[in-house]
Design a protein around this ligand. Structure first.
Ligand code: PEP
Ligand code: MN
Length: 262
């Protein structure tokens, strides 16, 4: 069960050789979408050198419009795995449906995106697998609903789940979403599962990523997921919220002073 009263001991999630959870601070970084071999290799090497412990890269993309870039699909998966091999970084990528699970044998952690947080069949299916799961909060879902979605995964046997606060919809329009910082200490109180923050999708604006990252540390997050790009202005998805590789390096130097790193 996700409930801390039933299971008081903090869960450590293992993705490849990286542990995520209480007592350490883990940064996941990489592009919104894998765009080419060269792109993912360049970003992977750079974020690793800056201190990221896990590489992210979307290949099956849940885009609002069916005419927007949908991701490189299986080809992108192969590129992401090449970047894993080249750098030794464990990798996380989003799954959109059950049939994609069989393609993810060499992926270290599976992401369930905000739009699929209550896809209960998908939750059950990843719950039957032995892959760690990064579960993102839905755009309009409560903290309780997030916990119940995690419960679906745990109820099938898989205890390796990380929760991710990535901003929720409010009446505010200046940001893409509103980062619900309260969710972090509340979730930490209610569950033994690690809790990380994605400041990129919360803000939707590059210049807010650093201050929100520091805020996430201040409220006790176990880590961050930050989108980075080798060329944000030309990115095929989420360029406006992506840090370039130098900005990510600067962020990592800054937050190293504030958090106990893995
Ligand atoms: C992503 O991580 O690129 C993504 C699509 O995030 P979310 O599901 O939080 O919108
Ligand atoms: Mn994105």
């Amino acid at each position: 069960a996700v409930n801390r009263r039933v299971h008081p001991q903090a869960t450590l999630v293992q993705a490849g050789n990286t542990f995520i959870g209480e007592g350490r601070f883990t940064v996941i970084s990489g592009p919104c979408s894998v765009e080419s071999r060269e792109q993912i290799l360049e970003v992977a090497k750079s974020v690793k050198a800056s201190g990221a412990a896990v590489l992210r890269g979307g290949v099956f993309k849940p885009r609002t419009s069916p005419y927007s870039f949908q991701g490189l699909q299986e080809e992108g998966l192969a590129m992401l795995l090449e970047a894993k091999q080249e750098t030794g970084l464990p990798v996380v990528t989003e799954i959109m449906n059950q049939t994609q699970l069989s393609l993810m044998d060499y992926i270290d952690m599976i992401q369930i995106g905000a739009r699929n947080m209550q896809n209960f069949d998908l939750l059950r299916e990843v719950g039957k697998s032995d892959k760690p799961v990064l579960l993102k909060r839905g755009l309009a879902n409560t903290i309780e609903e997030l916990l119940m979605s995690a419960e679906y995964i745990l109820s099938e046997g898989n205890q390796q789940v990380i929760l991710c606060e990535r901003g929720i919809r409010t009446f505010e329009t200046m940001t893409r979403n509103t980062l619900d910082l309260s969710a972090v200490p509340l979730l930490k109180e209610k569950t033994h599962l690690p809790v990380i923050v994605d400041p990129s999708h919360a803000a939707g604006i590059r210049r807010l990523v650093a201050p929100l990252s520091k805020a996430a540390i201040a409220v006790g997050a176990d880590g961050l997921m930050v989108e980075t790009s080798s060329n944000p202005s030309e990115a095929l998805s989420d360029g406006k919220q992506s840090l370039d590789l130098k900005q990510f390096e600067a962020l990592m130097i800054d937050i190293r002073k504030r958090a106990e790193f893995e």
